[in-house]
Design a protein around this ligand. Sequence first.
Ligand SMILES: Cc1cc2nc3c(=O)[nH]c(=O)nc-3n(C[C@H](O)[C@H](O)[C@H](O)COP(=O)(O)O)c2cc1C
Length: 429
Amino acid sequence: MADLSINLAGIKSPNPFWLASAPPTNSGYQVQRAFEAGWGGAVWKTLGEPILNVSSRFAAISFNGQRVMGFNNIELITDRPLEENLKEIYETKKRFPDRAVVASLMVEPKREKWHEIVKRVEDVGVDGLELNFGCPHGMAERGMGSASGQVPELVERQTYWVKEVARTPVIVKLTPNITDITATAEAAAQGGADAISLINTINSLMGVDLDTWNTIPHVAGKGAHGGYCGPAVKPIALNMVAECARHPRIRIPISGIGGISNWRDAVEFMLMGATGVQVCTAVMHHGFRIIEDMIEGLNHYLDEKGIASVMDIVGKSVSKYSDWGDLDLNYKVVARIHREHCIQCNKCYISCEDASHQCIERLVDENGKEYLKVREEDCVGCNLCSIVCPVDGAIEMVEVPSEHPPMTWNERQVALGRLSGCSVDIKSL
Ligand SMILES: Cc1cc2nc3c(=O)[nH]c(=O)nc-3n(C[C@H](O)[C@H](O)[C@H](O)COP(=O)(O)O)c2cc1C
């Protein structure tokens, strides 16, 4: 059995699976039950100044029979008194000393407010702090959460204030509601953060009711933007994690969050640079018990690959993620249709004909049977036919040898004497 324990900026846990700061970490009762089930750590539901929540708060999108493909909330931070939370954090840490208990914090952007709350949570024995600069609603209207998290200077300054007094590692949780996540990640690093975590939820409006014309969800007929999460956001989160992991000036560990539902998702985040992961929506959907499959799956995966420690996979795919200008223009794949698996649904033919390069032919063999064949010389290797094909293995994308040596767009520009990748001087427009 592989060693699943991790050390994220000095915060240790017996496995890389933590609960994200959210409803599942709202109380000692819940976090302790999660730890009994096997979770390696928990980021407590964000602590701060008293708030009032609205009803209703959640909405979800189901897609093609899958419930909760995307989840949306307009909930704020904890609505329980700080003293109660602190007491339960203390009890939880005492009962589960080997698990990571991290306090998520959000206060007004004032130095003394940060100093005060850091001292109070550290006094009850937390293993680390997570600064919530990500909440996209409610708190942002008061200058907290993503209102702070979208301004690199505010992220840097507040991180610095926390680091002035913190005795435990400081994780800065980033909002995805920004054009370039690396700007705020770098600001966090500049401010002295020991790690970053991402992503928090994405601004969203889940829908509009066609009968009442109310937003979904609505509060007495009115709606406000919420935060989107769950499986649908995983590709966005994974890209943001990868962008931070490959950034030369962000040299701090990453806690990956966003649409992680199983061990496979977790491995992908870790390969792309996350030292550990946090989960919210999958637990809200299926409960704490999903941790059993996550631990078992990760163990099998590592054992099969002969990897002794989960820490050994961290960042292994980062160097494979680059800019478009670094991709080999002469690398080529083509689609090949395997007749023995094809069910003649023609989905590939229609997609290629209407939306790609018209290179699938409908032919008839010597026995009068229809079949589909790719005209490989015209296939651009876009993958569309294999994506729409409903039968696994019926369409294979095959690498074909290139007549030309590898050359990227950037190399091509240099060869053509255009040293900058962009041939248009944007300033002259
Ligand atoms: C109902 C709800 C409440 C949340 N509350 C918080 C919070 O108090 N603090 C915080 O940092 N993130 C909060 N989040 C965001 C999650 O911690 C997490 O970043 C996000 O849901 C993405 O992970 P997921 O796709 O696994 O859900 C909340 C998410 C949901 C769905």
